[in-house]
Structures are given as structure tokens and as C-alpha cells.
Design a protein around this ligand. Structure first.
Ligand code: OGA
Ligand code: NI
Length: 365
């Protein structure tokens, strides 16, 4: 039986501890958003004030062809300014994208008990985690989102431990994405004056995670957020979003993409994937590439799914701005750190824009 959602404790127990998620709460019949999900006014999303990002998706089939340099420039410009871009002809089959979205909907429609076995403290495997919001124990207002996260180590372990309902499409998505990710990194690194060896790229994408995010319908979308303002901590993120929309990116500096401080929506484009720069690429590039602050709105009439792949170095990797870049720049903005320490800081604090990067900043005020 669903509890009273006006009582913070019973809500927390039902949604978080017992693994019913936001979806379980919505399914129990909800006409208004519980207090625990109400964002302070400053965090609410005024969708009428955001513009749509108008740049067409970048055609990756042109990399390596006669238009290589032009396409490489588009990638670099997007990474330097907005930190976000969309790509087509990315090598991931379009029918697989459709299956992924359908599979995500099917998975979150499973009874709570089926998903709740993967809750953090009880999951039979450290590779798989099902949860809701980002760090519910730490957040002043919860995010209107449930998710499942699958860490990739190797095929055999994925086949053994990932939930069987979503395992095969997720693995295929990962397999068919990685050559694109490597090509993008190659372009970004070459532009920094680095001749990237395969082994260097291996290090940058050593760890991979496939997530499925589920944003249930919300009775008061203006009061809530699907995901609060954050940047992604890793190397590059590949994101499949469905047709609902509501992904916003903050412009860090005035540029061709808009004015500093504005939010632009990354509109759904059929068969495209969204790419965004993570904190590690911002650090390695000594701040040239922007790990963009982004967030997601909720919607009233249809649930939304998105399926990101996060790539990052191994937890034991030492990260610092690349020596080639520091030499050219004559200064370094970030100190060297061990990724595990960065991650510990990232995952133990509620989302707060790009504050995660303060961990690595030299002279952070
Ligand atoms: C994320 C994220 C965006 C989306 O999972 O880190 O930013 O559209 N997702 O769901
Ligand atoms: Ni993100």
C-alpha cells in the first residue's frame, strides 16, 4: 500500500528504501507533487525562456574523407564553447536506438520487486545499481527520476550480471558506440597538439557505464526537475534521448551558441546521439573544452527515457592537464589527482552545477 507522501519519512522509505521509485509513487495516483520534490524557485526550469540549440547534428561519416577538417572543426568548436553537440552517422544502428528506448520503458514497467533487487545496498553485483534521484540522502529536494546503472568490465561479466531484460541491447549499444567515441577523442586531442596513441585513448575510456534513466510523468513539471544542474564527471558521455525533449545546457561564455548564463535546449533529433564533454576532458585540456552544466525538465503527459553511456579513466588513473597544453598555455588550472578521489567527491555531494570541478582547481576561491 502506498503511504502518505506528505510525510517525508514514509515517502523516503517507499520511494528510496523500498525501491518503488518515483514511478511507484506516480503509479499509486498522485495529483500534486510532494514537498520533498519541490525545488526552490531558483532551481525551477522556465522552459519558455530557453532557446533551442539550432546547430544541425554533425555528420560523422565525413571523418576521414575529403571534408574531414571541416567536420573536425565543428566538433572542436562545439566542445570549446557549449560542451554539447549532436551527431548522426555515428555507427550505432538506428533500429538499435529504437529498441533501447522500448527496452528502457519495458524495464521500468516491471514490478518494483524486480528492479529493487539492484538497490545499492542489496544488489547481488557491484556492477549494477538501481536507484532514484542522485544522492537522496544529501539532497534538499529530490530529482524526479529513477535509473539503472550498469558498469562494464568485460562481456562475460556483463552477460552474467546485467539484468537480462536490458543486457543484450545495452551491450550492443556500448559495442557499436565505442569506435565513434575514440574518433571524437582523437579529433579533440589532435587539436590540442597531442598525437594520441591508441593506448592513451584506451586509458581515457577504460571504464564504461550504460545507464537507463526514467522520468515519470509529473503533475507539476514547473516545480520539479528530472535532473538538477550538474556536469558529467567522466571523459565523454554519449546520450540517447527520446522525442520528448527537456534537456537544457547552460552557456558558459558568450559565443556563437548564445549568451553567457542562458540555457539552451538540445532538441530531440531522430536517429541522432547527443555527445557531451565531461569533467576529465575539461581538466586534460586545461579548461579549453567545456564540461557543460546541464539539467532535465519533467513533463506532465508522457514519461521520458534517456540512455547515456559514460566513459572515464580507471579509478587508479592520475589525471592532470596534458603537458603539451600546459606548456603552450604557460599555466595550469588544475592539479594532479587520482580519479578515485575525484569520484568520491562527485558521488557524495548533491548536484550543484560545475562545483565538482572545484576539487581539481588550483587556487579555487
Ligand atoms: C545524466 C544526464 C540527461 C538526460 O544522466 O547525466 O544528464 O537527458 N542525463 O537524461
Ligand atoms: Ni549528465
Amino acid at each position: 500500500m502506498a503511504p502518505s507522501f506528505d510525510d517525508g519519512n514514509s515517502l523516503f522509505n517507499f520511494v528510496v528504501r523500498d525501491g518503488n521509485g518515483v514511478k511507484g509513487m506516480v503509479d499509486s495516483g498522485l495529483s500534486t507533487v510532494p514537498q520533498a520534490y519541490m525545488q526552490p524557485p531558483i532551481e525551477r526550469i522556465d522552459k519558455d525562456r530557453a532557446r533551442k540549440h539550432g546547430h544541425p547534428p554533425i555528420d560523422l561519416s565525413k571523418l576521414g574523407g575529403p571534408e574531414h577538417n571541416e567536420v573536425a572543426k565543428q566538433i572542436v568548436r562545439a566542445a570549446e564553447n557549449l560542451g554539447f553537440f549532436q551527431v548522426v552517422n555515428h555507427g550505432v544502428p538506428v533500429d538499435l536506438l529504437e529498441s533501447l528506448k522500448d527496452t528502457a520503458h519495458d524495464f521500468f514497467s516491471l514490478p518494483a520487486e524486480k528492479k529493487a533487487v539492484y538497490r545499492d545496498d542489496v544488489s547481488p553485483t557491484p556492477l549494477v545499481k538501481y536507484g532514484t534521484s542522485f544522492v537522496p540522502q544529501k539532497e534538499k529536494a529530490l530529482e524526479w527520476k529513477d535509473y539503472i546503472s550498469m558498469q562494464y568490465t568485460n562481456d562475460a561479466e556483463a552477460l552474467q550480471h546485467w539484468p537480462e531484460e536490458i543486457r543484450d541491447v545495452s551491450l550492443e549499444y556500448l559495442r557499436t558506440s565505442m569506435s565513434m567515441v575514440r574518433k571524437l577523442l582523437q579529433v579533440l586531442l589532435e587539436n590540442l597538439g597531442v598525437k594520441p596513441e591508441d593506448s592513451m585513448i584506451d586509458v581515457l575510456v577504460d571504464k564504461k557505464m550504460v545507464n537507463m534513466n526514467y522520468y515519470p510523468t509529473c503533475p507539476n513539471p514547473d516545480l520539479t526537475v528530472g535532473v538538477g544542474r550538474h556536469s558529467d564527471m567522466g571523459t565523454l558521455t554519449i546520450l540517447l534521448q527520446d522525442g520528448i525533449g527537456g534537456l537544457y545546457v547552460k552557456i558558459e561564455d558568450d559565443s556563437e551558441f548564445g549568451k553567457k548564463g542562458e540555457w539552451v535546449e538540445i532538441p530531440p533529433v531522430p536517429s541522432a546521439l547527443v555527445i557531451n564533454v565531461g569533467d576529465m576532458v575539461q581538466v586534460l585540456s586545461n579548461g579549453k573544452y567545456k564540461s557543460a552544466e546541464h539539467r532535465v525538465r519533467t513533463t506532465r503527459t508522457k514519461s521520458r527515457v534517456s540512455i547515456p553511456i559514460f566513459t572515464m579513466p580507471n579509478a587508479t588513473a592520475k589525471i592532470a592537464p596534458l603537458p603539451e597544453v600546459v606548456e603552450k598555455d604557460g599555466n595550469t588550472l588544475y592539479k594532479e589527482f587520482v580519479l578515485a578521489d575525484y569520484m568520491k567527491n562527485f558521488f557524495s555531494n548533491a548536484h550543484d552545477g560545475k562545483k565538482s570541478l572545484d576539487f581539481a582547481k588550483i587556487n579555487s576561491a
